[in-house]
Design a protein around this ligand. Structure first.
Ligand code: CS2
Ligand code: MG
Length: 402
């Protein structure tokens, strides 16, 4: 019997911070898992090093489901982003190993190919409408068939989702940026730039928008109704999802499709959203929702209710997560769309990935396993630096959802 012989946790900052788990078996097969939780990286690194690695050594890497149950139920303390990210890293690495042992890409282990390629959307942004329109034009030229549009809200300072050069969340500070927020200014402004995108470029591509948890349910209902003529592919995270029931009110007022899930980590966090058809797309992803094993369970539940997938894929998710997501997306029947922001060159020096972009789609490649290798020597050139996501404050100084 093959055994897990070694489990190593790497923390490095090639372009931004990533935590990576590498398992090695007694047969010398390696598997990778992403364990990155943006702004809380070391908590997951410690969870793995101090509490999970000692439990893995000598286990049979073939028993993915058993190891998942052992780590999840065996912790007693359930769910939550730190736990589920740590479990995800182990699970992803085990699927990588299983694929390499079988000589098959992971999507084959999940039932094989359901589609030729994985439709992706990327992020156009601007400091105002004019620069946003230029950025949308750039993404259209690059061949994207789906584009998310975000612009900085006037009088509300910096906004989420707006790139500064190549930097995308977080800003390069060791303590959180504090960014002003005005719901009124946003509700006045955002619909106008979404309309400007449709006026200029028409309807021959998918247009998406991220509200980033900023609105109350009734404000979100008003926003969704106001932008119906833009025919958005989705409005994302219109209101925080701790209270799943809150989405019923949004549903009662608008036909703009709703996507939720990037901050949620278990099937229980999306249960009512899915089974009561309060959303159209579920955005949980491999790294923050318990790995391929648990994500597949969420997506199968979603399929029963005509909810499609739309996995989170910002650059704080490592190329290991992107590859794992593309394997899952290739196989599941209810795939919707995959978020994709290309990683910067430093990131790709450390993670060599088979994932390829072509004509608006991602392709997983046919290497056994996930098709990603980690270059730990290259990673040594990029030491970890503490970084935080920003914090939002309303114009009166009180804290808002970022
Ligand atoms: C965003 C993310 O990609 C998205 O839709 O909401 O950029 C999110 O803010 C970051 O991943 C947080 O780490
Ligand atoms: Mg988002």
């Amino acid at each position: 019997m093959s055994k897990i012989e070694r489990a190593e946790v790497f923390v490095a900052s090639p372009g931004r911070n990533f935590v990576t788990l590498r398992l090695t078996t007694s047969d010398g097969v390696t598997g990778l898992g992403d364990a990155t939780l943006n702004g809380r990286e070391l908590a997951v690194a410690s969870y793995l090093r101090d509490h999970v690695v000692p439990l893995l050594v000598d286990r049979d890497p073939a028993n993915i489901e058993d190891i998942w149950q052992y780590l999840y139920r065996g912790a007693y303390w359930r769910r939550g982003p730190v736990t589920m990210t740590a479990v995800a890293a182990v699970d992803t690495a085990l699927w990588d190993i299983k694929g390499k042992v079988a000589g098959l890409p992971v999507y084959q282990l999940l039932g094989g190919r359901s589609r030729d390629g994985v439709l992706v959307y990327s992020h156009a942004s601007g400091t105002d409408t004019a620069s946003l329109l230029d950025d949308v034009a750039r993404f259209r030229d690059l061949g994207y068939k789906a584009i998310r549009a975000q612009a900085a809200v006037p009088d509300a300072g910096a906004s989420y989702g707006v790139r500064k050069g190549t930097v995308y969340e977080p800003a390069a500070h060791s303590l959180p940026d504090e960014q002003p927020w005005s719901t009124e200014a946003y509700l006045d402004f955002a619909p106008t730039y979404l309309e400007a995108v449709r006026d200029r470029f028409g309807f021959g591509f998918h247009l998406l928008h991220d509200v980033h948890h900023r609105l109350t349910p009734i404000e979100a209902a008003r926003f969704g109704k106001r932008v119906e003529d833009c025919r958005l592919f989705w409005m994302e995270d219109p209101t925080p999802a701790e209270n799943q029931e809150a989405f019923r009110l949004i549903r009662q007022h608008t036909t703009t499709p709703v996507a939720v899930g990037e901050t949620l980590s278990s099937i229980w966090d999306v249960q009512h959203l899915i089974t009561e058809q309060l959303i159209d797309y579920v955005r949980t992803t491999v790294v923050h929702a318990g790995g391929i094993t648990h994500l597949r369970r969420i997506f199968d539940l979603a399929a029963l209710y005509q909810v499609r997938t739309g996995s989170h894929g910002a650059t704080d998710l490592s190329p290991v997560t992107l590859a794992a997501a593309v394997h899952v997306d290739t196989a599941v029947p209810n795939f919707g769309i995959q978020e994709y922001m290309p990683h910067v060159a430093e990131t790709m020096e450390v993670f060599r990935s088979e994932v390829r972009f072509e004509d608006g789609m991602l392709h997983a490649g046919d290497e056994p396993g996930l098709g990603v290798e980690y270059d730990e020597k290259a990673a040594e050139r990029f030491p970890y630096e503490p970084r935080y996501l920003p914090v939002a404050r309303r114009l009166d100084g009180s804290v808002h959802d970022w």
